[in-house]
Structures are given as C-alpha cells and as structure tokens.
Design a protein around this ligand. Structure first.
Ligand code: 5GP
Ligand code: SF4
Ligand code: MG
Length: 460
C-alpha cells in the first residue's frame, strides 16, 4: 500500500494528497481514499479503483481542511471490497481519527480478542482497522492522542508504517523494525507545512523537500507546534524489506541515500559478475527489470537493447487476484520486438521470479520473436518463503523456487540457462549492514516471529 499525510494550513490539502497518492499508485491499485480534517470535522472519500478513477475535481473540492491522510490499497488481509478501503475513520472521545496503514500485522488474532474484550465494533476484516480501534479505545479510556497511539502500537506486532490524522495534527509512525518505508518532507516555512509519504517520489510530485526517513520505532507528531519526535519502543532494530529495494518501490525513490535505480543497476552488475553468459544482447523485463539489465550490460560489455515493449496502462500483474487473470494479464502487458530479437542470443533480466508464470510466457514470446538462445538472469535470489509483512508473494505452494531447483525451474520456464543473484550479492550491494534488512522470503528467517497458526496458513 501507499500512505500519505499532510499538515498544511492555507493549502489545498486534498489536491496535494491526491497528487501524492498519484505518485504512490504503484504501491496499490485496488482502492484509493482521502480523509481531510477541517477543524473538528472530518471529510472522507474512498472507492475501489485507481487514484485517477476514484477522485474528480468536484470530490476533491469537498474534501476541505488543513490536514490530509491518503491511502492506495493492495490487499494482503481482508477482501478486495470498498469497506476495506482506507483511510479507516473512527470516532473517539476527542473527535475522529483517520488511519492509513502500509504493512501487515502478524498478531491480529490476539489483537482482535483484546478489542472484543473492550466491546469494539468491527466494520471490516482488516488489521488496519484494528490499529485504529486500538488507538480509539485508549483515547476513550482517558488518554490523549499521543499516549493512546503509543500504547496501541505496543499491542501491534508485524509491519506497520502509518499515517494517522486527528483534528489537531497528523502522525507518522513506523514499527520497531521499520519494515515498510516512510519519509518526512516539508513544503517550506511560514507557516511550516509537513508531508509524510511511503516514498520520496510522493514528495517530489508536489514539490516537497525530503527532510529524513521516519526511523524504525519512531513516531513523528506534526501539529501547529511543528514536528515532535518520540521513540516509542524500547529496542528498535532496523529490518527494511529488501524487496522494496529490489522491486516494489519506484526506481526514482531514494532509500539509504541513493535512488533505487542506482541500487538496481548495481545488483545487475553484481549478477553479471556472478553469472555471465556469451550472448549478443541484454534485454530487461519492463519496468522493474530494466535498471538491472542496464547494469548487467555495463559490467559485461554486451549491448543493451529494448526487446520488450510494455503497455503502460496495464497494472502490475500481481495485483490481479486469480491465476487465470494473471496469465492473460501478461499477454496484455508485454510485446516483444521481432526486429531486435530475431536471430539473436539474448539474456533477459528480470527482478524476481515468484510463481514463474511471467517468465514462462515471456521466454516463449521471446523465442517466437526469433531469438535463438534465451538465458534468464534474475536480480534477486530464489523466493522460497511467503511474506507475512505486507507483500503479497502468495502462499509457499505457489512459489516455484519453494519446491524446484534452479535447473528444474530453468526447464519449466524453457530457458537455455538460468541464474539468480546470490543472497550475499543482494545484501552487499546495498552498501549497508546486511543485518539491517528483512530478506525472509529468500531465507525463511522471519525477523518478527510469526505465530504458528498464521505460519501454517501460508507455509507448505
Ligand atoms: P511471477 O514469477 O510470479 O510470474 O512474476 C514475477 C514477475 O512479476 C517479476 O517481473 C516481478 O516484477 C513481478 N511480480 C509478480 N508478482 C510479484 C510479487 O508478488 N512480488 C514481487 N516482488 N514481484 C512480483
Ligand atoms: Fe520484504 Fe520478503 Fe521480508 Fe516480506 S519477507 S518484508 S517481501 S523481504
Ligand atoms: Mg517485473
């Protein structure tokens, strides 16, 4: 999901939120929503669909106020229905709160029974609503916004990057491991106006300046007094999702002080060092495989070319719910260039193989276009485990590398050779402490313990 928040008296916060969400569209395409606070009064509009389909000038003009919270959803818990769209708005003793969540909690069973004991009313089946209810129930027991939020966050385990709007201010929060990203920006002084976004591309689009990341285990509270920072948890330990770096986040977003484009080029170079092949051309799978393909070409000295053209108006294949739609989605999405590929030995670079569906179809299409050899290089290691923290890589039995060796996968997707980036190469290329990332989908080493029942629901 994508989350966005803004504190900007005297600005058109609905419109700024709209454009922020527009830049975060890649993080979720099922539904979009914006809540604004006009003093005590909350305005909310959310609907299924893309940001540009959900909102019109008229709708935006009705979302008045000086505080805005926005969300683009891709469902990991709760079904794909409008009630599950966010922000979740809940009434409390101190007025409304509007919450937008990116990530996935792992202790929802436990949280639900706690909330049931407090007679909370559930409207939805989402973990995100539970966080909102937990805050509200703490407010209703006499705490102020800050105390209530902090005690509610102590109930939550898993991944949560949150933006929470209230009548008096907006908060940005990250879980103790900072699994999902969240950044703070400013729209300038006089009066001080602040922005929160899942990625820096959500700041760029509205001309906001990047200030810093919200830290793992940090809460920033933005009010008319400015930004206050609270380290709400005892032992934060950074475990940023490495898949954000490899695939999920936009290449022009900055993480760890550089664009993800640069990181993705570097893992392409690393892949070329680890697994070269004698070919005529390097091509990448648009869009996510392109930077790594360029890096591969630079390192190997083999020509890079565009061999596949993408229809930009088709969503990411993995957003669609059924396997059948997924398969037809690929045909809609990529078209090979016959005059580039004909008679050539090619390396095709992609960022990941998850289920193997994309690659199998693609390899066939590249052969049909006349390529004489097709070698696949993947700029991440084999995905062997499901994610419980908010990336929908499917159940383990759907993951091709969970049961098959690299040779078997090569055979199944029909390539002349197949190689994945090493786990060490992936982490080393970040230039950061390898222990500061989650890479559980490649190792099964889950940084936040996953309860047995939940584990069994996704593991073979
Ligand atoms: P698959 O192997 O499942 O057919 O698809 C892998 C390709 O689709 C890669 O190009 C990757 O960019 C994208 N993709 C599809 N589903 C997912 C997913 O759930 N997670 C990630 N990280 N990438 C996916
Ligand atoms: Fe990211 Fe994989 Fe960890 Fe999920 S399991 S948070 S996708 S690195
Ligand atoms: Mg891709």
């Amino acid at each position: 999901c994508g989350v966005f928040g803004i504190y900007a008296p005297e600005e058109d916060v609905a419109k700024l939120t709209y454009f922020g969400l527009y830049a975060l569209q890649h993080r979720g395409q099922e539904s979009a929503g914006i809540a604004t606070f006009e003093g005590e009064k909350v305005h909310l509009y959310k609907e299924m669909g893309l940001v540009s389909q959900v909102f019109s000038e008229t709708i935006l003009s009705e979302l008045k106020g000086s505080i805005g919270v926005g969300h683009t959803r891709y469902s990991t818990t709760g079904s794909s229905r409008v009630v599950n769209a966010q922000p979740a708005v809940i009434e409390t003793r101190l007025g409304s709160l509007a919450l937008a969540h990116n990530g996935n909690l792992v202790n929802t069973a436990n949280l639900r029974s706690k909330l049931e004991q407090r007679n909370c009313n559930f409207l939805t089946t989402t973990d995100s609503e539970m966080i909102a209810l937990a805050i509200a129930s703490e407010v209703d027991r006499g705490k102020d916004w800050l105390e209530a939020a902090i005690s509610a966050f102590h109930w939550c385990q898993g991944a949560f990057s949150l933006v929470v709007g209230t009548p008096v201010g907006v908060m940005g929060v990250r879980d103790p491991n900072g699994i999902r990203p969240l950044v703070l920006g400013t729209l300038g002084n006089n009066p001080q106006r602040y922005v929160l976004a899942s990625e820096t591309c959500g700041l760029d689009i509205i001309g906001a300046e990047y200030v810093r990341d919200v830290e793992p285990g940090e809460l920033v509270w933005i009010t008319d007094a400015g930004v206050a920072s609270f380290h709400w948890t005892q032992k934060p330990e950074r475990k940023l999702c490495i898949f954000e770096m490899i695939y999920f986040a936009r290449p022009d977003s900055i993480m760890e002080g550089e664009s993800l484009y640069s990181y993705r080029m570097r893992i392409g170079r690393q892949l070329a060092k680890e697994s070269p092949a004698d070919v005529d051309l390097i091509i990448g799978v648009p869009d996510s495989g392109i930077p790594a393909a360029i890096g591969f070409s630079q390192e190997s000295g083999i020509t890079y070319a565009e061999g596949l053209i993408k229809n930009r108006y088709v969503g990411r294949t993995f957003i669609q719910p059924t396997q059948k739609m997924r398969e037809s989605g690929i045909k809609m999405k990529l078209n090979p260039l016959k005059d580039v590929l004909n008679g050539k030995r090619v390396i095709v670079v992609d960022d990941s193989i998850v289920r193997g569906t994309t690659s199998r179809k693609l390899v066939q299409a590249i052969r049909d276009a006349g390529a004489t050899e097709v070698h696949m290089r993947v700029s991440s290691p084999p995905v062997t485990h499901p994610c419980f923290y908010g990336i929908d890589t499917d159940n383990q039995d759907q993951l091709i590398a969970a049961t098959k060796s690299v040779e078997e996968i090569a055979q199944q997707i029909g390539v002349d050779s197949l190689a994945y980036l090493s786990w060490e190469g992936m982490l080393k290329s970040t230039g950061e402490d390898p222990n500061s990332f989650c890479s559980a989908c490649f190792t099964g080493d889950y940084p936040v313990p996953v309860p047995e029942l939940l584990k069994r629901s996704k593991l073979m």
